[in-house]
Ligand binder design. Structure first.
Ligand code: MSP
Length: 537
């Protein structure tokens, strides 16, 4: 397999997405949950569309940062990693993340993959020994240029940490050799890096001329030994990126590159935060070029969740505990707020008041109450059944049908470019029109006065609008969407990974079967009560 086969391998019916592999220096916070929620939503969406999908997440367990954290806790690095990795898994379960693979970089299988990959790059002549001098930020696990640092050699991301001076022999990867090839890649595949602002950042960085980077450390035990010189330990990022490859191994396969890359490679989408863009959009493709392997299709760098304008982070100690939030508000509320309120790609502040207000307005009032009102009427005036209005009977001058007919295409386009906020806005537009339509038509009066046909015309179109809304939001708020589908009388679990193919057509207007028995109206989303989250400070 080589890089020119990239396009042929990118099978349209399958989609593999990765979250970053999270450092285990601490339990996950709401910022680390952000990428995973987005990855889960896009995976669920493609699954709904009938694609084979694979969601990869996991933990990045080596390096100085982890070694020091374990030491400070009086634990062996492995025992520390086992504990924190279990914490990540527990959070993903509570957040309703349907991941397929959980990659841990401290496993022997991963070591075998890293060794084979290193050997390929070594045999290309792309690794050499030299002297490394520079400022190292342990929280970033990255050397920094003097000009990138704040006063007192503090890191611009981890503003409370001073970078450390290093002067040691390291192995280097010949990144500079790939300057032209990388530039050609960005030129030929303009959406390799998204969004545009991140692409421009990378273009500008690369245009300044790429320098080789060191891929080994001395005086560090917690990591894999460099295969050709066990006195050195491999740099955590060299091994971490390969965690995406190890994740693709089936349980029963031998830990070899050809086995790992057979089915799901190349990855369609690496979802990451903007702080780790260079590693994914510059170092990683160059490493793959050196090993003569196909490149991923896209790297998308989203923004930061901030607290008072600063990145929320474990090293900064200004995080919000996601377990506490879920406990109090439930996972759908958090998923919805993060994906609706922050344009994916930009930074956004997490404010508890705004969170509660938005979620209550959109999900409890606009969506939940609309369904509830109409279901009650259907029970009172239509024997608890979907009115026998077939799609053809609903004239085009129905405002909900007007929106509903074109909605699917717009939403699919929005999901395809990860514009989750736009998906939510589109759906909300339909739901708000539904509420307005009901207020204007006053179907309770129509039905009471015996105008059954017009009343049913209103009811059917509103129920259908709510169904469409639930369907399109199901990748974002799966629990609520499922509850809506159930109340509309569908005996289906939208979360089922093997959803019957019929439900793939549910993105079009008019799929609610006439005469279907409706369930009893129950609130699908209970109003949230504000509770200020505990913020570490
Ligand atoms: N271990 C590396 C990734 C290796 S991938 C092969 C790493 N880990 S991390 O735990 O520090 O960060 C993981 C991801 O979480 C990054 O994409 C980072 O941007 C994201 N976030 C961490 N804090 C965040 C916010 N406050 N807001 C949004 N995303 C945040 O980097």
């Amino acid at each position: 397999m080589n890089s020119s086969e990239n396009c042929e391998n990118a099978n349209k019916d399958r989609f593999a997405v990765t979250t970053p592999l999270y450092y285990v220096n601490d339990l996950p916070h709401i910022g680390s949950a952000y990428t995973t929620i987005a990855a889960d939503a896009i995976t669920r969406f493609y699954r709904l569309q009938g694609k084979s999908v694979l969601l990869i997440t996991g933990t990045d367990e080596h390096g100085q940062k982890i070694q020091r954290t374990a030491e400070s806790r009086g634990l062996s690095p492995q025992a520390h990693c086992d504990e924190v990795a279990a914490g990540f898994k527990a959070l993903w379960q509570k957040l309703n993340i349907q991941y397929d693979r959980f990659s841990r970089t401290s496993t022997p299988r991963h070591e075998a993959i890293v060794k084979e990959f290193f050997t390929r790059v070594w045999e290309q002549g792309d690794i050499y020994l030299s002297q490394q001098q520079g400022w190292y930020c342990v929280s970033c696990e990255e050397f920094k240029e003097e000009r990138e640092l704040l006063a007192g050699h503090r890191c611009a991301i981890h503003t409370n940490r001073e970078a450390e001076w290093r002067d040691e022999q390291n192995y280097f990867f010949r990144l500079s050799k790939y300057q032209d090839q990388l530039e050609a890649l960005y030129q030929d595949q303009p959406d390799f890096i998204q969004p545009e602002i991140r692409r421009n950042e990378v273009l500008s960085f690369v245009s300044q001329g790429l320098k080789d980077f060191s891929i080994s450390r001395v005086n560090l035990d917690w990591g894999f030994p460099v295969p050709v010189d066990p006195g050195h330990t491999l740099y955590v990022w060299f091994d971490a990126l390969l965690g995406y490859v190890t994740a693709l191994l089936d349980e029963e396969s031998d830990p070899r590159l050809d086995q790992a890359l057979a089915r799901w490679w190349p990855i369609n989408l690496h979802l990451i935060g903007k702080d780790i863009l260079r590693f994914h959009a510059v170092y990683w493709p160059a490493m793959l070029m050196s090993a003569d392997l196909p490149l991923p299709q896209q790297v998308f760098g989203h923004g930061f969740l901030t607290k008072d304008g600063q990145k929320m982070g474990k090293s900064l100690g200004n995080t919000i505990d996601p377990f506490e939030l879920i406990e109090h508000y439930g996972s759908d509320a958090i998923r919805y707020y993060l994906l609706k309120e922050i344009e994916f790609g930009r930074d956004g502040d997490f404010s508890a008041i705004r969170f509660v207000n938005i979620v209550n307005a959109d999900l409890a009032n606009d969506l939940g109450n609309l369904l509830n009102r109409i279901l009650k009427l259907a029970h009172k005036y239509c024997n608890g059944q979907v009115p026998a209005f077939v799609e053809l009977d609903i004239s085009i001058d129905n405002p909900l049908k007007q929106i509903g007919l074109g909605l699917g295409d717009r939403i699919i386009r929005a999901y395809n470019v990860l514009a989750f906020h736009q998906v939510c806005e589109e759906v909300l537009g339909l739901v708000k029109t539904g509420n307005k339509f009901v207020d204007e038509q006053a179907p309770w009066t129509l039905l009471k006065q015996g105008q059954q046909a017009v009343g049913e015309w209103v009811l059917y179109s509103v129920l259908e609008a709510v169904r469409l809304a639930a369907y399109f939001l199901s990748p974002i708020i799966p629990t609520t969407s499922n509850a809506i589908y159930r109340q509309l009388g569908f005996a289906v679990d939208l979360e089922d990974k093997t959803l019957p193919p019929l439900f793939r057509n549910h993105s079009t207007w008019g799929m609610l079967p006439a005469g279907q028995a409706l369930s009893d109206p129950q609130p699908v989303f209970l109003k949230l009560e504000l509770k200020e989250p505990n913020v570490e400070n």
